[in-house]
Design a binder for this molecule. Structure first.
Ligand SMILES: Nc1ncnc2c1ncn2[C@@H]1O[C@H](COP(=O)(O)OP(=O)(O)O)[C@@H](O)[C@H]1O
Ligand SMILES: [Mg+2]
Length: 253
């Protein structure tokens, strides 16, 4: 599935959950997978339960040397074949541009470090600031996550704008991979908002949508991939993430 920056305007919409869901299904399919955690909250890092590590994405960005990210890659606790570059609180202080090249730091540090991975997911913080700009400069595609809420249309529009700005400024290869609609419930409001999104972005709203299921939080809390849980809800989520990954791949091919 290649490399995706997982972004959104707001927190709590499911960026980390979607990144972890896609990572789980890629890994379950036998693909070498790397998750790069750029969020100061480091939720993806906690869920992936990595082995003890010395360096984080914050250290990598502070260092900035070409290819240095290699030294921050650690094995996740899920099992062999899925690795992490951990996030940490200190990333909070990296939210502002420092000079014209500062959005390019992540890309420089990742240079040559990713060759062995089939799938690379960058979990971004809940804003379109400097860290997300670094992710958008480093990845060839951006996956936008939203909930089917009143603000979803506006949020998707702003996220797509940020992708366009990053494309023009730092990364001509960058494309939107699509919009994932997460936490969908069978309510009139959600059905309406989902319809609204599909009408506004017929080519970008990805199928399947991801329903609201307690298994999502259960998997994260237990630090296991969603593919390892046997509850009906977990199996449904795993199936959906597998189809979603296939559809993203097709959208980008
Ligand atoms: N599809 C879902 N069903 C149920 N809970 C979800 C779902 N997606 C996310 N959550 C829960 O919502 C909260 C926020 O999700 P998270 O992925 O951390 O969002 P973000 O990374 O955008 O801040 C977490 O507690 C997560 O477990
Ligand atoms: Mg998150």
């Amino acid at each position: 599935m290649a490399m995706l920056a997982v972004i959104s305007l707001k927190g709590g919409v499911g960026k980390t959950s979607v990144a972890l869901g896609l990572a789980a299904t890629a890994w379950a399919a036998g693909h070498r997978t790397l998750v790069i955690d750029l969020d100061p909250q480091a939720n993806a890092t906690a869920a992936l339960d990595p082995k003890p590590y010395e360096f984080t994405s914050n250290d990598v960005l502070a260092d900035g040397r070409t290819g240095i990210a290699e030294e921050a890659i650690v094995a996740s606790g899920w099992g062999p074949g899925i690795d992490v570059i951990a996030g940490e609180r200190a990333l909070e202080h990296r939210g502002h541009a420092e000079g014209p090249e500062s959005a390019l730091r992540l890309r420089m540090t990742l240079s040559g470090a990713l060759d062995r991975y089939h799938t690379v997911l960058i979990d971004c913080p809940p804003s379109l600031g400097e860290l997300t700009r670094n992710a958008l400069a480093a990845a060839p595609a951006a996956l936008i996550v939203t909930e089917p809420s009143y603000f979803a249309l506006q949020g998707a529009e702003q996220a797509l704008e940020a992708v366009e700005v990053a494309r023009a400024a730092t990364n001509l290869a960058l494309r939107p991979a699509g919009i994932v609609v997460n936490r969908v419930r069978r309510s009139a409001e959600h059905t309406y908002r989902l319809g609204e999104l599909r009408r506004a972005y017929p080519a970008l709203v990805l199928e399947p949508v991801i329903p609201d299921r307690t298994a999502m939080a259960a998997a994260q809390g237990a630090a296991v991939p969603i593919t390892k849980l046997s509850a009906t809800g977990a199996r449904d989520l795993a199936r959906r993430f597998t189809s979603l990954a296939a559809n993203i791949e097709e959208a980008l091919s």
